[in-house]
Design a protein around this ligand. Structure first.
Ligand code: ATP
Length: 605
């Protein structure tokens, strides 16, 4: 019954709804006692040949009245108790969702999406069952069961009652044993379900890769293994579950047998009338559901307990980053100072992911971050985005540590365009004004023009109203990137971060966007991370990173002159773009046009 204690906060808050529901259930249990007595009386009158028409009419009236009262009160308990159960599910679901929104990247690295989905579906369902079916079966077994036994004692015969209920404790014992087994097997079944969920989620997101490598059959085989595991696990749950029903039939059968033996003896010796015996047998029939309810109750409680503890564990997980909540509001302007002595990811045992990285980003300036993959560029951004706070060193904005600012002031001041952009299933306009839904059409258009996507949008069938996503228009990789840039620009961020956000955009559009940014953002700073050096060549300072350290820094011209990694990469990329341009010219001459800007990869949303 620990789960009832765990959910006590809810029962207490909803005492009115439960109170009305339980009262109605009590009245139903009470009225349920009448029909067996009436039937007993009718039989006795038949035996005595004293049944008259007025008696038949009055007995029928009582039976009909009882049925109507039961109908009304059943409706009342049903709407109240089930209604409360749905309320609980809604409360926990929104708590869980809010928790998901608060959690950081580490949380999503630790918990697989399939698991989280299983918590949000199956586990919540099991908890809801406790608040609905659990309360119902608990009350029913106590009220209907208890009152039926009291009626048997009071109205029929106490000795017969004792004999008839003798096998009942057996039921509670077996229910407990089976309940424990169900708990273990249900936990295991849930795990297999989570694994299957994970598989589906991974396969759907990775469908392009699966298809392009022709791995459909192998993926189906993997999925089949997961399905078989679920099958086995749930069959086991079902197997234990199925032991309840025959057990109840057995115990009730035992009750009937004992009643017939002793009751028959009493009727023959005129201790009881036939009518009383029939009424007694009907009461035993009425005890079947409350006894069955005990079994259901154990089952619901065990499942609920397992699910509730899983959800509680999940809700107890804290975001490891963004721990310190500052109090300062963001100033209108200021320069950013990044001075990190060292930083290592929490799950990293050896080495440092950043070491001695310093830069100063003034208003209106652009800082370029380049370097081979894994050099530490995104790590710098993660620290700026407050994903991790446990570094040695300081990051300040306008002379205050970024940890001193209120998080909901600081983060909205950053316009972040990630490597992996995400567009929502809404109109192009709403996608752009996602972080500021109150933005006017004019503001949306200015952002779109700066990001070089306005012309594309007005060419869409419904312009800014065109839907993006499965039911809407398919966008190229470059269009998606530019839409994400427009989204970040709309909020006029103090710091704009482009995390390799121009990779799918062709060289001409890239230069157009960069010069737009330079012209419009002379009061705010921009940080450009890129593998393509042309994206940072105009920057006020360029940092070349390698293994978490700054290996070169300066202006484009200085870095070219110094002849290091930057100069070599620049040369290579110049040759590549020259070759690509030659290819394009040849294709134009031969008539086969190549669509640049990421559209060529056919990447669609
Ligand atoms: N969440 C993480 N946990 C542990 N290590 C990480 C995590 N994210 C990145 N790393 C490691 O930190 C180092 C720097 O990675 P980072 O993503 O910053 O590189 P990058 O320069 O942005 O690379 P790319 O250009 O490929 O995006 C790498 O060695 C990477 O394996």
């Amino acid at each position: 019954m620990k789960i009832f204690k765990d959910l006590w906060w809810f029962f207490k808050a909803e005492k009115k709804g439960y109170g009305v529901g339980l009262l109605a259930l009590f009245i139903v249990s009470l009225t349920h006692l009448l029909p067996p007595l009436v039937i007993g009386k009718i039989i006795d009158h038949i035996v005595k040949r004293s049944l008259t028409l007025p008696l038949i009419l009055s007995f029928s009236g009582i039976l009909l009245g009882t049925a109507l009262v039961e109908y009304g009160f059943r409706f009342i308990w049903s709407t109240n108790i089930w209604g409360e159960a749905f309320k609980l599910e809604k409360i926990i679901r929104s708590r869980l969702f809010r928790h998901f929104l608060r959690m950081d990247t580490l949380f999503y690295q630790k918990n697989r999406t399939g698991d989280l989905m299983a918590h949000a579906t199956n586990d919540l369902q099991a908890i809801q069952s406790v608040a609905g079916l659990g309360v119902l079966t608990w009350a029913d077994s106590l009220m209907t069961g208890g009152m039926t036994i009291i009626a048997m004692l009071l109205f029929i015969d106490w000795r017969l009652t004792i004999i008839a209920v003798l096998p009942l404790p057996l039921l509670a014992l077996v229910s407990k044993i089976l309940g424990d087994k169900i708990h273990v097997s249900f936990e295991h079944a849930q795990e297999t379900f989570s694994e299957m969920n994970d598989k589906v989620q991974e396969s759907i997101t990775g469908m392009k890769a699966i298809k392009s490598f022709g791995e459909e059959e192998q993926d189906m085989a993997d999925f089949q293994v997961k399905l078989d595991n679920i099958d086995k696990a749930f069959i086991r749950v079902n197997w234990i579950d199925s032991m309840y029903d025959p057990l109840i039939t057995l115990i009730v059968g035992l009750s009937y047998t004992l009643t017939i033996l002793l009751g028959g003896y009493y009727v023959v010796h005129h201790v009881l009338t036939i009518g009383q015996l029939v009424a007694f047998m009907t009461y035993i029939g009425n005890l079947v559901w409350p006894m069955f309810a005990i079994g259901v109750l154990f089952n619901v409680i065990e499942r609920g307990r397992a699910s509730y503890s899983r959800v509680e564990k999940l809700l107890a997980q804290k975001a490891e980053s963004k721990i310190s909540e500052g109090t300062l509001k963001m100033p209108k302007e200021g320069q950013l100072l990044f001075d990190i002595e060292s930083f290592t990811y929490p799950n990293e045992n050896e080495g440092r992911n950043l070491e001695k990285v310093q830069f100063n980003l003034k208003e209106g300036h652009v800082l370029g971050l380049v370097g081979r993959t894994g050099a530490g560029k995104s790590t710098i951004i993660k620290l700026l985005m407050r994903e991790f706070d446990h570094y040695k060193g300081h990051i300040t904005f306008a002379d205050h540590d970024i940890m001193d600012y209120q998080l909901d002031e600081y983060l909205p001041a950053i316009g972040y365009v990630p490597q992996e952009h995400f567009l929502f299933s809404m109109s192009v306009r709403d996608n752009i004004r996602f972080a500021k839904m109150s933005a006017s059409q004019e503001e949306v258009e200015i952002a779109a023009k700066t990001a070089g996507i306005h012309e594309d949008i007005i060419a869409f069938p419904e312009g800014y109203d065109t839907l993006v996503g499965e039911r809407g228009v398919s966008l190229s990789g470059g269009q998606k990137q530019r839409l994400s840039i427009a989204r970040a620009l709309l909020i006029q961020p103090k710091l704009l971060i482009l995390d390799d956000a121009l990779s799918a955009v062709d060289a001409k559009t890239e230069q157009l966007i960069l010069s737009n940014l330079k012209a419009l953002r002379h009061e705010s700073s921009t940080l450009v991370v890129s593998h393509r050096l042309s994206s940072v060549m105009e920057a006020n300072e360029i940092l070349v990173l390698d293994e978490g350290k700054v290996i070169e820094r300066g202006l484009h011209e200085d870095l070219i002159k110094s002849g290091g990694w930057y100069a070599q990469m620049w040369q290579m990329q110049q040759i590549e773009s020259h070759l690509a341009a030659t290819d394009k010219d040849e294709n134009l001459l031969t008539g086969s046009s190549v669509n640049r800007e990421g559209e060529e990869n056919g990447e669609i949303y």
